[in-house]
Design a protein around this ligand. Sequence first.
Ligand SMILES: NC(=O)c1ccc[n+]([C@@H]2O[C@H](COP(=O)([O-])OP(=O)(O)OC[C@H]3O[C@@H](n4cnc5c(N)ncnc54)[C@H](OP(=O)(O)O)[C@@H]3O)[C@@H](O)[C@H]2O)c1
Length: 327
Amino acid sequence: MNILLLGAQGQLGWELGASLSTLGSVIHYGRGEADFTNLEKLEELVRLAKPRVIINAAAHTKVDQAETEPLVAHLINAKAPALLAKLARELSAWLIHYSTDYVFDGLKNDPYTEEDIPTPLNVYGHNKLDGDKAILVSGCRHLIFRTSWVFSFQSCNFAKNILELAKKETSFSVVADQYGSPTGVELLSSATALALHQALHSEKDLSGLYNLVAAGETNWHGYALYLIRRALEIGWVLAASPERIYPQESSKIQPPQIAQRPANSRLNTAKFTSVFGLTPPPWQYYVDRVLWSWSRFRNIEMSPPAPPNKIIDLKFIPPLNYQPIHR
Ligand SMILES: NC(=O)c1ccc[n+]([C@@H]2O[C@H](COP(=O)([O-])OP(=O)(O)OC[C@H]3O[C@@H](n4cnc5c(N)ncnc54)[C@H](OP(=O)(O)O)[C@@H]3O)[C@@H](O)[C@H]2O)c1
């Protein structure tokens, strides 16, 4: 079975390469081979690959930059997925695609379900939503996984930036009024492979949009505190200490962020669990794994992370001055 993996060098794409290889023969294309701004070439590559499954892990993910280059972002995040959906339908292939919490305005009090109507606040959210809609109406067999706050060992992301900052600065502030679930690429890629395997072999058509994030929730400040506390516990030398990491309102960030972000990015994964019988473990488990990998890289001894069922703070790690959302 040919599996065409697009965006193979991104955080998620890189991890998917490993987990999909048990399902078939994976053709890995990064931006160099399959550039989403050249739709003609993209179509040619897909037809040549004759895939039974197309996995799209490519996206324009620079949320602030998308505000200043909306046409390029739309091409990559909406038009290219629409083309992939059309080709998947023609070739009777499955299309696996990833959506984002940023399709929502964050005003809901509870975690968002797949039934909630998206109303994005920024260009990235609008473009990603257009991509989702194009796939949903295309008639191709598809799995769209809507996720949030993605991180990995091998790329530049919030977790890595916070630890770098904590090495240099004794004190800094982190946004504390945006809530969500940090989601490790290991969870996304293993859950994708398991769900795809079921979709390929089920007599029912399991096509659909599914929320897929790690269990539990926090805000960026709580996430940063968790990282710093864990890093200190295992012997990292940091200039910062948890008491001097301050919560900050998004509206006070200097310089202000170009794109507005939702205050509530929490996603309800009940549909994913009920259809596929798979339960996402807590976000802290994947943060511990990444920290473990970085520690080994830095020759810091750390016991392997506790298994997910031993994570005590499953629900929430309250940051300093934690205020629940009241809207
Ligand atoms: N990151 C998050 O926090 C987050 C949250 C929610 C949902 N998601 C979704 O999850 C999926 C995976 O995200 P990720 O975190 O793995 O993103 P990522 O690390 O930024 O990877 C995206 C990949 O797309 C590639 N790409 C960018 N422009 C391209 C183009 N013109 N043609 C072909 N490839 C291009 C990038 O290549 P370059 O490296 O060369 O730029 C990169 O390899 C995306 O659909 C994203 O929207 C991500």
